[in-house]
Design a protein around this ligand. Structure first.
Ligand code: PEP
Ligand code: MN
Length: 360
C-alpha cells in the first residue's frame, strides 16, 4: 500500500518536473525575444532583476524560504542572460556557427588551413641582408615557403634593439624575391600599414598589440592576410574578439597564433596553452598556428612542442632560426642555429608524415 502511494507521488513529481521544464523553456524563449529587441543595449539590468525578485518573494508562501527562492531564481536569471550572450556569439563573423567551413588563407600559393602542416621560419629580428639571406637559403632548401623576420620589434624595454624598421622590410623583400619566399613580418603602427603592404605578404600583429584596436581596424581594411598572435595574458574570448575586429572591417584572411600565455610557471618563458588550439578550431573557422619559440623560450622544447601542436590539430608551426643565435640582437637564448633547424625539420617531417599530414 505504502509502495503504491510512493509510486503515485513519484509519478506526480515527474509530471511537475516536466511542467517546470516547459515553463523554464517558455521563459527562455521570452528572454531570447527580449534579447533581440534589446540588441546593442546592456543585457544585465539589476533594477529590473530586483523588481522581479521582489514580486516573486512577495508571493512566496513556502515551504521554501525567501532566501532559497531568491537563490533558485538568481540561477534562472543567470541562465537567461547566458542564453542572450550565446546568441550574441552566434553572430561573430569569425565563429564556426556563422561559417561552418574552414577558412583557408592563401599566401602566394601556400594554403594555410588546407589540412597540411605549414612552417613559418626565420630570425626573431632582421639584422642584416647577410643574416636573413643565410636563413632564407636554409628555409627554401627544406621546401618551406614562408619566411618570418621582425623589422619593427615591440620590445619590453625601450633600451633594447627596436628593429631596422622599413630598412628591415626592404631586406626581407629582397631576400624573399631571391629565394621565392613569402614574407611574414610584424607591423606595430596603423600608420605603417599602407607602406608595409608593398613589402610583406602577411601582416603579423604581435602579442603586445593584440588589443591595439586601431591597429586591428587598420589591418582589417587592407587586402593582405593577417597573422594575429594571442596577447600575453589574453583569454581565448579576448583573442577571438581581436580577430573579430579585423574581419568586421572586411579582411577575413586571418591566421590565429597561440604563442603562450603568462602564468606563474618559470620553467618556460610562457606557458603554451596547447588546448587553445582545438578550442579555437572549434569556436572559429580560422586556421591556427603555434609559435613554439615564444611559448617555450627553450630550444630543447621546440621539437616536442611542435609535435604536440601537430598532434592536437594545429595548421602550422612558427619558430625562430638564426645563423649565430649567440650574437642575435633579440631572443638569443631561444633561436635555433642552422644545424638544429635541420634536425628540427627532419624530426617534424617524420612526425607529420606518420600522422598523415604533409609538412610544407
Ligand atoms: C615575434 O613573433 O616576433 C614576436 C615578437 O612574438 P610575440 O608578439 O608573440 O611576443
Ligand atoms: Mn623573438
Amino acid at each position: 500500500m505504502e509502495q503504491n502511494q510512493m509510486n503515485v507521488f513519484r509519478e506526480q513529481l515527474s509530471e511537475v518536473n516536466l511542467e517546470l521544464l516547459a515553463l523554464l523553456n517558455k521563459r527562455a524563449d521570452l528572454v531570447q525575444q527580449i534579447g533581440l529587441v534589446k540588441h546593442g543595449m546592456k543585457r544585465f539590468d539589476p533594477v529590473r532583476e530586483r523588481e522581479m525578485m521582489d514580486l516573486i518573494t512577495s508571493h512566496n508562501e513556502g515551504p521554501f524560504t525567501n532566501a532559497t527562492v531568491e537563490h533558485i531564481f538568481k540561477e534562472i536569471f543567470k541562465a537567461g542572460l547566458e542564453l542572450q550572450e550565446d546568441d550574441h556569439s552566434k553572430e561573430l563573423l569569425v565563429s564556426r556557427k556563422k561559417k561552418p567551413v574552414d577558412t583557408v588563407v592563401n599566401i602566394n600559393g601556400s594554403n594555410i588551413g588546407d589540412g597540411n602542416v605549414h612552417l613559418i621560419m626565420g630570425p626573431c629580428s632582421v639584422e642584416s641582408y647577410q643574416q636573413v639571406s643565410q636563413v632564407a637559403e636554409s628555409v627554401k632548401s627544406k621546401g618551406i615557403n614562408l619566411l618570418r623576420g621582425g623589422a619593427f620589434k615591440p620590445r619590453t624595454s625601450p633600451y633594447d634593439f627596436q628593429g631596422l624598421g622599413f630598412e628591415g622590410l626592404q631586406i626581407l623583400k629582397r631576400v624573399a624575391n631571391e629565394h621565392d619566399l613569402a614574407v611574414v613580418s610584424e607591423i606595430v603602427s596603423p600608420a605603417h600599414i599602407e607602406e608595409a603592404i608593398d613589402y610583406v605578404d602577411v601582416i603579423q600583429i604581435g602579442a603586445r598589440n593584440m588589443q591595439n584596436f586601431e591597429l586591428l581596424k587598420a589591418a582589417g581594411v587592407v587586402d593582405k592576410p593577417v597573422l594575429l598572435k594571442r596577447g600575453l595574458s589574453a583569454t581565448i574570448s579576448e583573442f577571438i574578439n581581436a580577430a573579430e575586429y579585423i574581419i568586421s572591417r572586411g579582411n577575413g584572411n586571418i591566421i590565429l597564433c597561440e604563442r603562450g600565455i603568462r602564468t606563474y610557471e618559470k620553467a618556460t618563458r610562457n606557458t603554451l596553452d596547447i588546448s587553445a588550439v582545438p578550442i579555437l578550431k572549434q569556436e572559429t573557422h580560422l586556421p591556427v598556428l603555434v609559435d613554439v619559440t615564444h611559448s617555450t623560450g627553450r630550444r630543447d622544447l621546440l621539437l616536442p612542442a611542435a609535435k604536440a601542436a601537430i598532434a592536437i590539430g594545429a595548421d602550422g608551426v612558427m619558430a625562430e632560426v638564426h645563423p649565430d643565435p649567440a650574437v642575435a640582437l633579440s631572443d638569443s637564448a631561444q633561436q635555433m642555429d642552422l644545424e638544429m633547424f635541420d634536425k628540427f625539420v627532419e624530426g617534424l617531417y617524420k612526425f607529420s608524415n606518420a600522422s598523415g599530414r604533409e609538412l610544407r
